[in-house]
Design a protein around this ligand. Structure first.
Ligand code: AMP
Ligand code: TRP
Length: 342
């Protein structure tokens, strides 16, 4: 079979299921911004259909979707250069997801660690959508024939499943239609940890607000959370090896590195030997310097709701122009009567 050449195209998404955290920013959004440019077409999404796999209050979902859009723009996503939209406005995602529900196997889904974590002990009471979540994610990516997907470390398994779905579809139908997507999991902060517990991921759903930095936190709150972040009593090492078995220290160093566009090794070359009493104020100052302009721009944009809604509507239109022909071809491959003439 000939290898189809796919247009270099980036797709990624974030759930509007709560406020944005520093983990989302450093692990995902900041890297989405870095990938804008001549090398790739870039498509970024607010995945509201994914969010509702667990209960979302309707008013909060609308608010969070707009706030996430404001966050994308404030962080540096240019809606002229990138396609920016919310998932539910492009019905082709859900349509392709149905096809993929019929390609993916129960056993594949059952192995997903995010399913196991989110469903908890009472799997019988989890939504069917939560179980099918990774097939919708594969559809998000493959409805654009996206070749590259920047995400945080926690999404690695879902991207492997996306590759498996593409390969099985291509094999089952004897085509070379869907690309085998490359995960892009890079940078100093692919897994930002909780500020209270270095073994847990920083998450918008953690009950403790002190565990995370929210992109809407003001300067005093950011400084307080960093000051109170859990650490150990030792001084910082001068080399990365010295962070072994020191998850909290490693986390703060990684955050510093990602915020300053450097690496943990470069940071430690500078701050090795310092105590946390000295390092934490440096980190707080850097975090406030980098995050305050984003949070104030988010707040300004949230005052311009109609502007946000227009950006989303325009983005959805541009996204559909790519997605619709790919869905049509998929239907033709599968043998759906009528697909070819639409
Ligand atoms: P979510 O908020 O679950 O929709 O995640 C959106 C994006 O942010 C995904 O690419 C995640 O991998 C990334 N992400 C979420 N939390 C973290 C974290 N603590 N560290 C690094 N990346 C994260
Ligand atoms: N599952 C991702 C998360 O929770 C969000 C997501 C949905 C996504 N669809 C995607 C990420 C497609 C990348 C590509 O983080």
């Amino acid at each position: 079979m000939t290898q189809t050449q796919f247009t270099p195209r980036v797709f990624s998404g974030i759930q509007p299921s709560g406020g944005l955290t520093l983990g989302n920013y450093l692990g995902a959004m900041k890297r989405f911004v870095d990938m804008q440019g001549p090398e790739f077409e870039t498509i970024y999404c607010m995945v509201d259909l994914h969010a509702i796999t667990v209960w979302q209050d309707p008013a909060a979902l609308s608010h969070n979707t707009r706030e996430l859009c404001a966050g994308y723009i404030a962080a540096g996503i240019d809606p002229e250069q990138s396609i920016l939209f919310n998932q539910s406005q492009v019905p082709e995602h859900a349509q392709l997801a149905w096809i993929f529900n019929c390609v993916a196997r129960m056993g594949w889904m059952q192995r997903m660690t995010q399913w196991k974590d989110k469903a908890g002990k009472n799997t019988q009471n989890a939504s069917l959508g939560l179980f099918a979540y990774p097939a919708l994610m594969a559809a998000d990516i493959l409805i654009y024939h996206a070749t590259h997907v920047p995400v945080g470390e926690d999404q690695k398994q879902h991207l492997e499943l996306t590759r498996d779905i593409a390969i099985k579809f291509n094999n089952d139908f004897g085509v070379d239609f869907f690309p085998v997507t490359e995960p892009v999991i890079e940078g100093a902060a692919t897994r930002v940890m909780s500020l209270r517990d270095g073994s847990k991921k920083m998450s918008k759903s953690d009950p403790s607000d002190m565990s995370r930095i929210n992109m809407t936190d003001d300067a005093d709150t950011i400084a307080k959370k960093i000051r109170k972040a859990k650490t150990d009593p030792d001084a910082l090492p001068s080399e990365v090896d010295g962070l072994e078995d020191r998850p909290e220290a490693r986390n703060l160093v990684n955050i510093y590195a990602a915020l300053s566009d450097s690496s943990a090794a470069q940071v430690l070359a500078e701050v090795g030997g310092k105590q946390f009493g000295e390092f934490k104020p440096m980190l707080a100052e850097l975090a406030v310097e980098k995050l305050s302009p984003i949070s104030s721009e988010m707040a300004r944009l949230m005052g311009e709701q109609s502007e946000i809604d227009q950006i989303l509507a325009r983005g959805a239109e541009k996204a559909r122009a790519i997605a619709a022909p790919i869905l049509k071809q998929t239907y033709e491959i599968v043998g759906m009567v009528g697909a070819a003439s639409r």
